[in-house]
Design a protein around this ligand. Sequence first.
Ligand SMILES: [Zn+2]
Length: 352
Amino acid sequence: MMRKPPWHTLSLLSGAKGVKADWRDFPERFLTPTNELAKAFPCPKGRGCYMDVVTHKDGTRVGLCPDAPNGCGKRILEKTDLIVYQPNLNVIFSAIGAAFGMTNATQTKLDGLTQCWQIGDYNPAASHRFPVIVSFEGKTQSLERMIGILATRIEKPFFVLLPTASTITSTVQDIASRSSAKLFAFEDIIEISSKGDIQSRTDAVNVIQAASSGWLPVKDCAFSYPTPAGAEWGGFLFEFTADEKLTVSYKKDNFKQVCPEDLGMRNKHTKKPTKLWAFLKMLVQVNGQMSVHDIEKVKPTKQAVSKALKHVFQLDSDPIEWSSKNSQYETQFVIRKAANTKLSFEGFSGLE
Ligand SMILES: [Zn+2]
């Protein structure tokens, strides 16, 4: 049987700091000592009261329950009893991050919110990124306020990870769903292995995927390229194999045949490729570097091509950038034609 996960202690202690006695069953290996010595010590009887720590002239320390004489009495304390420990965020956040597919989770503190960090983004495909927030907030009211603030700042769906499900009341849940946020307790995502390490749960990937499936845009065109998560334009190869056909691949993988209509570049009435497609063909002729004399004439076409590519390949960045140094448009991807392919520009009257 798995023991009850210890994460709830993270939201019980103010500032997630405390002496060993405060941390109780929280695994010692996930704690890091600070330079602070506590001025109060939890009373041994578990009544929730704290002893005041008094240092005598001979250096001995004594904890005294303020409820004396009816309280818990007093006891001698060693210096080591009073060392304040904090959790090793790196270890905990890395395990959570791994469940979201992050290779290196960060600890970016969020302004104006206590005990709240962005550890990275969940990037299920292409440029679709959703922030992953971890908070140790243990009070429901503060949590409601926090989610509201996050929603106005982030303006897109996000995840919030909390040490325990007990803070996720139905009111908190309501506010979250109105803010397009998904809440998870740590125990939904991470667990302690039999060796005592923190690891992501094997089913976490599915849980996360199911929770966020509605966040990805619905495909509104018949063709959509399987752009891998975190992909950049630099990994793409566009290779024309005929006048109306090209093969797109990403890092020598995911080969797809692409026709003008796949990119929305075929005129529905004339059935001929549009000038956007012609623009791509022209880029082949100049190895992806098109010098431009009158930028105002070419720009609208270039913009339309960029927009179409960003849409189909679901990437945010511009695939064709303007280089003012070289006065030319430069593709961020490689564009060329296959050996022995001839491209025709017959009937083509320029890009204006
Ligand atoms: Zn006491």
